[in-house]
Design a protein. Structure first.
Length: 453
């Protein structure tokens, strides 16, 4: 309707019977447009709009509107009175639906309403409510778009679409969502369950669920038993670790070995008293133990089983492979300057171990050690005495050494207590001291208490 270019004329009117009152704004505007009327009289006394039409006056009550354009816009945008229309106009709100929402929500400033509108909460609120009802979700409770806007904003969401996408995955906080995504999770239920179980990353959590594992502690136990081989026979792996902890030269009866294994396996039991589904058993009868002690390569290397006496005798430590923490030994001596790294310390250590009967000797060091030593000329002699390896790229020597100890049960020459690794790896915390040989390099000789036992 063309109502914007009309010329409004203030007027008064005597008693004239030739007038017709039009009841609807649309009809009034159509007459104006159809007959190309340009002037509209504004009759103050009767508070009406009037137009001359074929010797008649067609009048329309003003109902509080300043002009026909406002009247028409108010009607077509759902307003029922001029007071609401002009209040909404002051707030730059064009529809009664939005005005009603603003009033019912208690929104008092225009910018807040515009933010709610621009961020799609007005249209999105009903969609969100229907989703909650369909999926029987009670929290959070938001009674209107304004409350939903406040909740989402307080939880760092930038707009309704971002909030709703996260909500469908179970998240109501953007920071939580971002952390979960960083850890590989897409659903809040899985992310929160993983936290309760002690997991950090989705891949570990997923593997645990697939294996019916109930906690990260249980997951780590399984992972440690399978560190160097999959599939692993778990009770054999437990027994091998037990054998590694028995003192050199000690004789242990078959019954004692069975008792030790039974006690250690109990540490794997769940709260219900049963072993986890994933834990495999092979050592059930006495003959199973005998066969293992006589034929398993690693068990034979550790000790000798006497079938007649039914006991297992631990071999001397010299029969086992030994790893040397290159950087630790190079820096440790009773010299005046312990900050100096010396290859001669490593040479002294290797010769000491060889005199004690060790044959399988390997040095592992960081790549940086080669640049730190003060006697680089001794490298050639050192490499003649023992195997010298640099830890793989992007792996510290400590990590590589501990991985080798865990997989091969090698002895480890080091004064490092590996405090950082004990905090994050339960296996290291519980077992590393059984494999670690401490020392002091002194006057071209070595003092090693563990070999004096």
């Amino acid at each position: 309707m063309k109502t914007q270019n009309l010329n409004y004329v203030a007027a008064s009117m005597d008693n004239i019977n030739l007038k017709i009152e039009v009841h609807h704004i649309d009809d009034y505007c159509q007459i104006i447009e159809r007959h190309h009327i340009k002037e509209v009289f504004v009759l103050q006394s009767s508070a009406t709009f009037a137009i001359a039409y074929q010797h008649l006056l067609l009048v329309l009550p003003k109902n509080g509107y300043n002009d026909l354009h406002d009247y028409h816009a108010s009607h077509h945008n759902g307003f029922t009175n001029s007071d609401d229309f002009y209040e909404a106009k002051e707030l730059n709100i064009t529809t009664f639906h939005n005005f009603e929402i603003m009033k019912s929500c208690g929104i008092e400033d225009q910018q807040t309403f515009l933010d709610i509108q621009n961020q799609n909460y007005l249209e999105g609120f009903q969609r969100w409510m229907e989703y909650k009802k369909e999926h029987t979700i009670e929290q959070p409770v938001c009674k209107n778009p304004y409350e939903l806007f406040l909740f989402a904003t307080q939880n760092k969401f930038e707009n309704f679409n971002q909030f709703f996408e996260a909500f469908q995955k179970g998240f109501t906080n953007l920071l939580e969502l971002n952390v979960a995504i960083e850890k590989g999770f897409s659903l809040a239920a899985e992310y929160r369950q993983s936290i309760q179980m002690g997991f950090t990353y989705y891949e570990e959590y997923k593997e645990a669920i697939e294996n019916n594992i109930e906690s990260f502690e249980e997951y780590e136990k399984k992972k440690d038993l399978e560190f160097d081989e999959k599939p692993a026979i778990h009770d054999q792996k437990v027994l091998l670790l037990i054998l590694n902890k028995i003192e050199q030269g000690k004789k242990v009866s078959l019954n004692k070995i069975k008792q030790l294994l039974e006690g250690e396996i109990k540490t794997f039991h769940k709260a219900c008293g049963n072993l986890p589904d994933w834990f495999t058993l092979s050592l059930k009868e006495d003959q199973d133990f005998v066969t293992y002690l006589l034929k398993n390569e690693k068990a034979v290397k550790l000790g000798d089983y006497d079938a007649d006496g039914e006991f297992y005798e631990m071999k001397a430590l010299k029969e086992r492979s030994v790893l040397i923490d290159g950087s630790n030994v190079a820096h440790n001596s009773n010299s005046n300057n312990r900050s100096d790294a010396k290859l001669c310390n490593l040479i002294t250590m290797v010769k000491f171990l060889k005199k004690r009967g060790f044959q399988d000797i390997t040095i592992i060091a960081d790549a940086s050690l080669r640049h730190k030593v003060t006697d680089k000329e001794n490298f050639q002699e050192l490499e003649k005495e023992a195997r010298y390896y640099v830890a793989p790229a992007e792996t510290t020597a400590d990590s590589f050494l501990l991985a080798l100890v865990k997989s091969n049960h090698s002895l480890l020459v080091s004064n490092d207590v590996f405090r950082e690794y004990r905090l994050r790896d339960p296996w290291v915390a519980a077992n590393i001291d059984y494999f670690r040989l401490t020392f002091l390099v002194k006057d071209n000789d070595v003092i090693m208490p563990e070999l004096e036992k």
